[in-house]
Design a protein around this ligand. Sequence first.
Ligand SMILES: *Cc1c(COP(=O)(O)O)cnc(C)c1O
Length: 378
Amino acid sequence: MSEPSAPAVATRPVPKPWIAAIHPYVPGKSTGTNGQVLIKLSANENPLGTSPLARAARLGTGEGAGDPARYPDPESHALRGALGALHGIDPARIVMGTGSDELLHLAAQAFAGPGDEVLYQRYGFSVYEIAARRCGADPVEAPDRDYAADVDVLLGCVTPRTRVVFLANPNNPTGSYLARAELARLHAALPADVLLVVDQAYAEYLGGDDEDGAMALTAATENVLITRTFSKIYGLAGERVGWATGAPHLIDMLNRIRGPFNLTITAQAAALAALGDQAFVAASREHNRAERARFVGALAALGNHGLRPLPSEANFVLIEFSGALTAEAAYKGLMDNGFITRWLPGQGLPQCLRITIGTAAEMDRVAAVLRQMAEAAR
Ligand SMILES: *Cc1c(COP(=O)(O)O)cnc(C)c1O
């Protein structure tokens, strides 16, 4: 019929198929469908804002504020020093990132590529799939156990091709948490050449510095990397500051491929000042603990309407809807009442709504709106 086909000539640049397969990350919204400004409970930001010390440092008028005509310190010396002092880590074992997001991508890219597998739990943080695809590796999703990670299920998904395992602890969007003994069991059963990335974006909400034992693992082993962020309890999401710690050979690889000036002068100054205000961190943790408990308590009364808050150790609660009131209807109803929350059909969670813990007044109002809607639903 047709002539032997000549090689197709592309008329424009052809993306790599693994890049074209990526669904872009969906950020939490701050406006409603018709553009109205809403109270934002969709991105797990700190309802208490930012430490005044960090705000002042951002303005950058003081000594050492830095000259914007000059590049920032490429190694964030002062900030890594302060992080090392606070957490008892040699600063040489710390690498900074433009948010922990950059570091999650670098970890995948440094240790996985085409033909390799990157493993994480179903309902894990949505960046992991993007990070896997971005470096050409195959993303592998381990089934959850009632929305949480299960060590045996995860281990059952490890193959000779597995190169990186991502675990957010606590996890976003579920809020689930793997206790120290379980994390130790996961690590102990992983092959030594598999990198375990423990994403501790919400670790400060737990209290102690090493609740899940990952910090000790990074010090004692060669295949564990922790990522942390200033975006959550430190209230600096807009400045994009994250960090990672692990064995020197891991940090060395990330340093080779990170942006050389990946933290702006302002970001370094703000994060350094924020670290110095641990009273703000403690107050944020306490606020979250109290308001989360109160909110979950209010939701308990709606159990007969099919609302189930999943156990959360983070600064948000994922609610499962199985009654007449659907998650979608609740999402829209909350929006009509001025709140933007996170409905996650794109992550396989059309039956759930993730709500960030806000101020006491906000949580009272959200609970009241949910109750009205649940009681009105048929
Ligand atoms: C919010 C969040 C992060 C933080 O990302 P940044 O790039 O540091 O703002 C990382 N991991 C998880 C699981 C998160 O929820």
